[in-house]
Design a protein around this ligand. Structure first.
Ligand SMILES: Cc1ncc(COP(=O)(O)O)c(C=O)c1O
Length: 498
């Protein structure tokens, strides 16, 4: 590791295109400048950075934005700090991966598409009961503003918006989504690359239709999101699992996956376990895709909500070779029944995605696309996301505290840094499917973590949503869940003693 420290002046001049009059906050300009320089190799691995004080002095600003940018880069694994020595560009393998934890190194076995479908069938039409995963805070949704916009558009829908729309979606909405993704998620995109679709599920189906033939393999995280396996298996391809460790997907395990055409990942907030994929792992994955002429499908389903730091930048924004198909959804930030989401497609694939979209259902309802465009333009969307960040943090805190209070001896929390759900492991011997069945009888809807494993080599635990319930509800629901688990454990002990 070289210890040469470039001067604050050279870092400021060479790597940070700093513009005081830009809308982009200072910290973000510094973050982006340094991150791009690291990704493009202009700042080399192991290189020492100037102190925050001297960089702030050089830029002529207070230290706070520089500290915030360094903090975020440290958190994402681009930088490492060494006590007394300073801050350095991270060496090839980030230390964050080795800090890994309670996540087992999972062996993977092949799984045929049909098996994936049948083993993961879930009843999505459940009630709003506590622990529902993926359910946002519907009680906090700005209903008035939304209904005003929908009814205004319904009343005034011009004839051309009542006719057939194009497969890309409503242009003003695509432009708003592109602007949002560039500013908030560091996605590199133009409105022409954005396709509005009926939620992530349809986006995944399109990926399968365009990218996967019947003899191809789609690799998925294990444990992972069963909804993705179903969609990706729809065109007859084979789903194969890839293990995780504390740094996310174990990229070197992909080397054993022959005929892998596509890998599906949730790098900002792994579903269901919750870890973020470290920067060095992301680079490894991009390199794997480039070398193998394969595609990465990035599902960025709830990354707006991160409590320990600012939201992490998207993997797509680090991709210099156009290998990433980026998927986002309005299901979590607004509400699932809206059925609107989007894809950002690399330019060379666009025509094929548009054909597939045309074949599927032509386009999404224009009325809701127009209302949503105004909802974003009038600032309701950004305000709602900002408010929900603290709502979800409070709900997360309530869930964590209640688990520690009454379930700490039964459940171990895996990661609770982000999102609207957290995962937990059971103490050995407790069957999560039995617990989930009993819980559903009492109006509680956690997911059995074992059903998120691709193969039969599973581990028991619960995925607990906290977005859709108030703190008081969560507290009561955890008490009820503790009683259900006690009953299951007592039943097992009684059977064993007979
Ligand atoms: C990992 C993941 N991706 C995406 C979604 C959202 O899907 P959709 O946009 O189809 O509602 C969910 C919902 O639970 C999810 O857990």
């Amino acid at each position: 590791m070289t210890t040469l420290r470039p001067s604050a002046r050279s870092v400021a001049n060479l790597f940070i295109p700093f513009d005081r009059s830009a809308d982009t906050p200072y910290y973000h300009q510094i973050y982006q400048g340094l991150r791009d320089a690291i990704l493009e190799g202009r700042l080399s691995r192991g290189q020492r950075l100037p102190s925050t004080r001297s960089l702030a002095g050089e830029l002529g600003i207070s230290r706070l934005p520089v500290l915030t940018a360094y903090d975020q880069l440290l958190h994402e694994g681009y930088l490492v700090g060494r006590a007394g020595a300073g801050t350095f560009v991270a060496p090839s393998v980030s230390r964050r991966q080795e800090r890994a934890s309670t996540v087992p190194d999972l062996r993977s076995r092949p799984l045929q598409a049909r098996q994936a479908q049948s083993s993961t069938r879930t009843d999505r039409a459940q009630s709003l009961g506590p622990f529902r995963v993926g359910l946002p805070a519907l009680d906090q949704f700005p209903q008035k503003a939304w209904s005003r916009l929908v009814s205004r558009h319904a009343r005034q829908l011009p004839a051309e918006l009542m006719a057939y729309g194009g497969p890309r979606g409503h242009l003003p909405l695509r432009a708003a989504v592109a602007a949002y993704l560039r500013a908030a998620r560091d996605v590199r995109c133009e409105p022409s690359q954005v396709l509005i679709v009926g939620g992530s599920q349809m986006a995944l189906q399109l990926c399968a239709a365009v990218l996967l033939g019947a003899n191809d393999v789609a690799c998925v995280e294990n444990p992972g999101y069963p909804g993705a396996w179903k969609a990706l298996a729809a065109t007859g391809g084979t789903i194969r699992s890839v293990p995780l460790d504390g740094g996310g997907l174990v990229v070197r395990a992909l080397e054993r996956r022959r005929r892998a055409r596509l890998v599906y990942v949730t790098p900002s907030h792994q579903y269901p376990l919750g870890m973020a994929m470290a920067a060095s792992r992301r680079l490894e994955l991009l390199e794997w895709a480039r070398r193998n002429d394969a595609w990465i499908v990035e599902d960025d389903y709830d990354s707006e909500y991160r409590f320990a730091s600012r939201p992490l930048g998207a993997l797509q924004g680090m991709d210099g070779s156009g290998r990433v198909i980026y998927i986002g959804t309005f299901s979590k930030v607004l509400f699932p029944a809206l059925r609107l989401g989007y894809l950002v497609v690399p330019q060379p694939l666009l025509a094929r995605f548009l054909d597939a979209r045309d074949a599927l259902d032509l386009f999404s309802p224009t009325l809701y696309q127009s209302a949503l465009t105004d909802f974003i333009a009038q600032g309701h969307f950004a305000r709602h996301v900002r408010r929900m960040r603290s709502t979800y943090q409070n709900r997360r805190d309530a869930l964590v505290a209640a688990i520690h209070r009454v379930l700490g001896h039964r459940l171990e929390i895996v990661n609770a840094d982000a999102g609207m759900h957290l995962s937990t492991w059971f103490q050995p011997g407790i069957d999560d499917v039995t617990v989930v069945r009993r819980a559903a009888d009492r109006g509680l809807y956690p997911i059995a973590l074992s059903t998120c494993f691709v193969d039969s080599d599973t581990r028991s635990g619960l995925v607990l949503g906290f977005g859709g319930s108030t703190e008081a509800h969560i507290d009561r629901a955890v008490g009820a869940l503790a009683r259900i688990i006690d009953d299951v454990v007592r039943g097992r002990a009684a059977r064993a003693s007979r």
